[in-house]
Write a protein that binds this ligand. Structure first.
Ligand code: AMP
Length: 283
C-alpha cells in the first residue's frame, strides 16, 4: 500500500493502533539497498505494523548539494519492500510535508555542532524537523535508524528524550558490501575506479580499530592513522575525527570512554561517510 498524503498516513496508523497493533517505523530517502532492508527486518521483529517512508527531504540539503540528482526509484523501492511484509509505504510530495506558510523548525543543539554539522549548515535541523513531522503522523512505538548516519541517530535519540516522544529509537549496525564499503544510496554515483578507492574509508576505520585494540588511547594519534588511509585514496577530506561516542565531543585527555571514529570524504563529487565505535576487546 503506497500512501501519498499525511492524512492517509495518520488514518492508516490510527486504525492499526486501534486494532491493537504495535507500529514500527523506518524513515528513508529511498533508492533502497540491503542496509535499508535490514532496518525494515529489524522493525518487523519489533512491531507488527511496519511503515516505511520514502521522502527526499529538501530541507536537509544545502544549496550546493545533490537534492536534484539524488536517486529516486519509487517503483523499484516498492518491489524491494513487497516481500518483507511492510504494511504501508509513505511517499509524499514535497508540498504535502511542507505546506504553504509553514515556518516551524526543530533546532538542534551541541550534537549538531561537530562532524557534519559545521560543513552542512541547516542539515540536522532539516533532519530533526522532518523526523518530528513523520513521528507525529505515524505515532510509532519503535523507530529504526542506521548507525551509518551516527550523528543523525544521536540527534534523533536526543530529540526523542528532550521532547518526551514515546518512541523507542533503535540504532541498527552498519550494513556493508562484502569488501567493506558501507552501503549507501550515493554509492551509485561512483565510477568503478572511485568505487575501488572508496575502500579507504573502511580501511581507515580498521587501522584505527587495530591501534585501539593494541592499546593506543591518544585520540589524535588514532585520527592520524585513519587520516593517512583516507588521504592515500580520497580526492578530498571533510573530516577524520575521533570523538566521544556519546557526546560527539573531542577528547582532551587519553581516551577513557568509547571513541567514535567518523569520516567524511569525497571521491570525485560524491561525499561518503563512515564510522565505527571502537570497543575494548574482552580481556
Ligand atoms: P537514507 O535513505 O540514506 O536517508 O537512510 C535511511 C536510513 O537507513 C537511515 O537511518 C540510515 O542510517 C540507514 N542506512 C543507510 N545506509 C545504511 C547502511 N549501510 N547500514 C545501516 N543503515 C543504513
Amino acid at each position: 500500500m503506497i500512501l501519498r498524503t499525511p492524512g492517509e498516513l495518520r488514518k492508516t496508523c490510527d486504525d492499526a493502533r486501534a486494532s491493537g497493533k504495535r507500529v514500527g517505523f523506518v524513515p528513508t530517502m529511498g533508492a533502497l539497498h540491503e542496509g535499508h532492508l535490514a532496518l525494515v527486518r529489524e522493525a518487523k521483529a519489533r512491531a507488527d505494523f511496519v511503515v516505511v517512508s520514502i521522502f527526499v527531504n529538501p530541507t536537509q540539503f544545502g544549496p550546493n548539494e545533490d537534492f536534484a540528482r539524488y536517486p529516486r526509484d519509487l517503483h523499484g523501492d516498492a518491489a524491494k519492500l513487497a516481500p518483507l511484509g511492510v504494511a504501508a509505504v509513505f511517499a509524499p510530495e514535497r508540498d504535502a510535508m511542507y505546506v504553504a506558510n509553514e515556518e516551524t523548525r526543530v533546532r538542534v543543539g551541541a550534537l549538531a555542532e561537530t562532524l557534519c554539522g559545521p560543513l552542512r549548515p541547516g542539515h540536522f535541523e532539516g533532519v530533526a524537523t522532518v523526523v518530528a513531522k513523520l513521528f507525529a503522523l505515524v505515532g510509532p512505538s519503535v523507530a529504526v535508524f542506521g548507525r551509518k548516519d551516527y550523528q543523525q541517530l544521536a540527534i534523533v535519540k536526543r530529540m526523542v528524550l528532550d521532547l518526551f516522544l514515546p518512541i523507542e529509537v533503535i540504532g541498527h549496525p552498519i550494513v556493508r558490501e562484502p569488501d567493506g564499503l558501507a552501503m549507501s544510496s550515493r554509492n551509485a554515483y561512483l565510477s568503478a575506479e572511485q568505487r575501488a578507492r572508496a575502500l579507504c574509508l573502511s580501511r581507515a576505520l580498521g587501522a584505527a580499530g587495530a591501534a585501539f585494540q593494541a592499546g593506543e588511547r591518544d585520540a589524535s594519534r588514532l585520527a592520524s592513522l585513519a587520516r593517512a588511509e583516507v588521504e592515500s585514496a580520497a580526492d578530498s577530506i571533510d573530516y577524520v575525527s575521533v570523538v566521544d561516542a556519546d557526546t560527539l565531543r573531542a577528547f582532551s585527555e587519553p581516551i577513557a570512554t568509547r571513541p567514535l571514529v567518523a569520516i567524511a570524504c569525497r571521491l570525485g563529487k560524491t561525499r561518503l561517510i563512515d564510522n565505527a565505535v571502537l570497543e575494548r576487546s574482552p580481556s
